[in-house]
Design a protein around this ligand. Structure first.
Ligand code: DQA
Length: 146
């Protein structure tokens, strides 16, 4: 069974409370339940991880590589726009990364239009809410069969 990491960066533990007009009313736990259900349907193992700390996100990426994970559905949140460390962590692995943003970052402030992590990702999904995570998971499962 392939293993896929689901990475969520800073402030995403506040989903449901945080700027609901932008991120919706569903919580991180709701997202986890949706993805666990989907993983059973797809017969894939997922590891769901959220941290507000850059180094913990970097170490989780290393761990997934060492444990033979196939890919990552990655929302580095604000670190998308700033973190050379997360970008380098992905670049140091063979993980297939799909970057996901709940909001359409291109409709928002200009500082959100730059992603340091996009160049080490296979593709990017932005603005589709939680559905983006499901679509990314489906992509990675079919990519494994190619
Ligand atoms: C986000 C977009 C980022 O710009 C922001 O810093 C986040 C969430 C999104 O999912 O839309 O925290 O990654």
């Amino acid at each position: 069974m392939i293993k896929i990491g689901i990475l969520n960066g800073p402030n995403l533990n506040r989903l449901g409370l945080r700027e609901p007009e932008t991120y919706g009313y569903e919580t991180l736990n709701d997202l986890k339940h949706i993805l666990v259900d989907e993983s059973h349907r797809l017969d894939v193992e997922i590891d769901f991880f959220q941290s507000n700390h850059e180094g913990e996100l970097v170490e989780k990426i290393h761990q997934w590589q060492d444990e033979g994970f196939f890919g990552v559905v990655s929302n580095p949140a604000a670190y998308t726009h700033t973190s050379v460390a997360i970008r380098d962590a992905y670049a140091s692995t063979k993980l297939k990364v799909v970057e996901v943003h709940i909001s359409n970052v291109y409709k928002r402030e200009e500082f959100r239009h730059t992603s340091l992590t996009a160049p080490v990702s296979v593709g990017i999904i932005a603005g589709l809410g939680f559905y983006g995570y499901i679509a990314a998971l489906h992509y990675l499962v079919q990519a494994d069969h190619k």
